[in-house]
Design a protein around this ligand. Structure first.
Ligand SMILES: NC(=O)c1ccc[n+]([C@@H]2O[C@H](COP(=O)([O-])OP(=O)(O)OC[C@H]3O[C@@H](n4cnc5c(N)ncnc54)[C@H](OP(=O)(O)O)[C@@H]3O)[C@@H](O)[C@H]2O)c1
Length: 241
């Protein structure tokens, strides 16, 4: 049985780059579990470039989806690494227009799903006293942008959970790290109009959007560095300094 690296949302821009880099850097030591929800076509393209990887479809907002992912992983081997990358940022609603249904949708995908995946995967990893969990947060956990209140709250809470799990699970040999990207070119940001893009670029010290690969490099660093835990690492080009 193999050591497995699970990447949730591997059908999306950042998840695909993370999956490809883990495969390339781990030199066949980690078998990739590529999770997707609705975009099977994109997931299949990613899988085609990663020999030995396997796909799992699941809506991670639902406990049955999370159970399905865990069962598929245990059938293939032992989880060593979990990257909680799947997430949504919409609907965008100004503070006075937030709907309860939007709150539930964003919180279920961005907070409930990674929380209970962490709980369940950490139990498995603790049996072997080794494992690493990387949670993909956002610069918006610490920055106000109109329409992002619930998204911001979900990512800020995910960062708090990262520190809490790192504290409680370090003694069991597990490491938990969060990575907070700035604005990265993916389908999530593709619809942002040009005038807003110009303002976002100006806000970054480096004057540009980031690439999915820049986030993936830091995920790999978190997996490799055995003394890194309980940290939130920004990959944002110096945005809002
Ligand atoms: N792009 C940015 O600028 C940026 C900045 C900061 C943080 N982030 C974070 O980075 C992560 C990846 O974002 P991205 O830019 O790569 O976005 P993306 O291309 O839209 O990908 C999002 C991924 O999440 C999956 N997903 C969404 N809802 C799900 C659910 N209920 N259950 C299971 N999977 C679900 C999607 O699966 P399907 O497509 O298969 O349905 C997709 O694979 C997110 O957590 C996001 O908040 C992004």
């Amino acid at each position: 049985m193999s050591d497995i690296a699970v990447v949730t949302g591997a059908s999306g821009g950042i998840g695909a780059a993370i999956s490809q880099l883990i495969h390339a850097k781990s030199d066949g030591q980690l078998k990739l579990c590529l999770h997707y929800n609705s975009n099977a076509e994109s997931a299949q393209k990613v899988q085609a470039g990663i020999p030995g990887s396997f796909l799992v479809q699941a809506d991670l907002s639902l406990s049955q989806g999370r159970r399905r992912l865990m069962a598929a992983v245990l059938a293939e081997g032992t989880p060593y690494c979990l990257v909680n990358n799947a997430g949504i940022d919409k609907p965008h609603e100004p503070a006075l227009m937030i709907e309860e249904s939007s709150y539930e949708k964003i919180m279920d995908a961005n907070l409930r799903a990674p929380l209970f995946l962490m709980r369940d995967f950490a139990k498995e990893m603790a049996r072997n006293e080794s494992g690493v969990i990387v949670n993909i947060s956002s610069i918006l956990a610490r920055k106000a942008v109109v329409g992002s209140a619930v998204y911001r709250a979900s990512k800020a809470a995910l960062e708090a959970l990262t520190l809490q799990f790192a504290h409680e699970l370090g003694p069991k040999g597990l490491r938990i790290v969060a990575i907070a990207p700035g604005f990265i070119e993916t389908s999530m940001t593709a619809a942002i109009p040009e005038e807003s893009r110009a303002a976002i670029r100006e806000d970054a010290a480096l004057g540009s959007f980031g690439s999915p690969e820049s986030v993936a490099e830091t995920v790999w660093h978190a997996i490799e560095n055995q003394y890194l835990t309980g940290a939130v690492i920004a990959v944002d080009g110096g945005m809002g300094l």
